[in-house]
Design a protein around this ligand. Structure first.
Ligand code: FDA
Length: 294
């Protein structure tokens, strides 16, 4: 789905396709994201604003993404939102030249520090893992207000945890959303779940980093809640906008800190395909809506 142009057109140019995107994306504009963030803040959630876009291949587009993120930080400040930003390295130019992404990281980290917030670096596919870890290290050296996502399915993640936990900031633990070869990633869901649990225990026992436990998995959440009740240092749960909103509300009502990952922007198709792959029934729902003409 991610690479088939006709399927992309079906999603982006039909009403059921756009309706499906609306479930997972705040809207096309920064204004729509700010509105959604305000509502989430009022309901007790913190937010991570994610400008959609990835795999940028020209320098101008990478520069525009940095400018848009700077506007995003301006709005977080002026609207007094309880929010940070999540960025994708390839949106900032990593696929063109690592130095472009490094410069962007430094600029965004400085502006985020001025307004007292943080920057989380999303983890993309395995071609970029090592460079993304280096960007996190750079950000922590420069302004010390960074976090990075690590994926439980990656075989290198236990070593990355050892490398990054001492650096402070925050580490978002997620299962991993890309199709990866066996050489680098665990293929069995049960083994990924077990790896997530082990890595979560490591993170929740660490005091030098702030763990961000990013899953909607009921069994893992149950274990996380037990670990959280024994933890005295900061931590948070993180979940995606539009996914298991009932569970999100339940966690906040029980007093747990929860950050909602809130994507916005017009480049939503690759993000949507990952959300559909995680739950194929979402795609069936879309297909039925398309066939019934609703
Ligand atoms: P799992 O896939 O086992 O789902 C558990 C349950 O959650 C399902 O049974 C279903 O009920 C519900 N669910 C999960 N996904 C759903 C969906 N799309 N629609 C409806 N229901 C759904 N990945 C990555 O590679 N790099 C990254 O930087 C990030 N960042 C990130 C941030 C945050 C805040 C979250 C929560 C997740 C990510 N991810 C990510 C995505 C992550 O790797 C993973 O693909 C998804 O979170 C799904 O995995 P779960 O842990 O939820 O478990």
């Amino acid at each position: 789905m991610a690479n088939a142009a006709p399927v992309e057109k079906l999603f982006t140019s039909t009403q059921p396709g756009r309706a499906m995107a609306e479930r997972f994306v705040a809207g096309d504009t920064l204004d729509s994201a700010v509105d959604a963030a305000r509502i989430l803040n009022e309901a007790g959630f913190t937010v991570s604003l994610d400008l959609l876009g990835e795999e940028v291949t020209d320098v101008d587009s990478a520069g525009s993404a940095v400018d848009e993120y700077l506007s995003c930080l301006d709005r977080i400040e002026s609207e007094e939102l309880v929010a940070n930003i999540s960025i994708k390295p390839t949106q900032l130019g990593l696929a063109i030249e690592e130095s472009l992404a490094s410069e962007a990281i430094i600029r965004l980290g400085k502006r985020a520090a001025e307004i007292g917030t943080t920057v989380t670096i999303d983890m993309e596919d395995s071609r970029y893992t090592e460079a993304t870890v280096r960007l996190f290290e750079l950000g922590q050296t420069e302004t010390a207000n960074f976090g990075v996502a690590l994926q439980s399915y990656m075989k290198r993640t236990p070593a990355d945890l050892d490398r990054l936990i001492p650096l402070g900031g925050h580490i978002r633990l997620c299962k991993g959303a890309y199709v990866e070869p066996e050489e680098v990633a665990i293929q069995s869901k049960a083994i990924v779940d077990a790896a997530f649990e082990r890595q979560m225990r490591t993170l929740m026992a660490a005091v030098t980093t702030t763990p961000a436990i990013a899953t909607h998995d009921s069994k893992l959440l149950e274990t996380a809640r037990a670990l959280a009740s024994r933890r005295t240092a900061p931590f948070e749960f993180q979940m995606l906008y539009g996914v298991r909103s009932d569970v999100q509300r339940e966690l906040v009502a029980a007093g747990f800190p929860l950050r909602v990952y809130l994507p916005f922007g017009s480049q939503w198709y690759p993000y949507l395909t990952r959300r559909l792959a995680e739950r194929p029934s979402n795609a069936w729902f879309f297909a039925r809506a398309l066939l019934s003409g609703s």
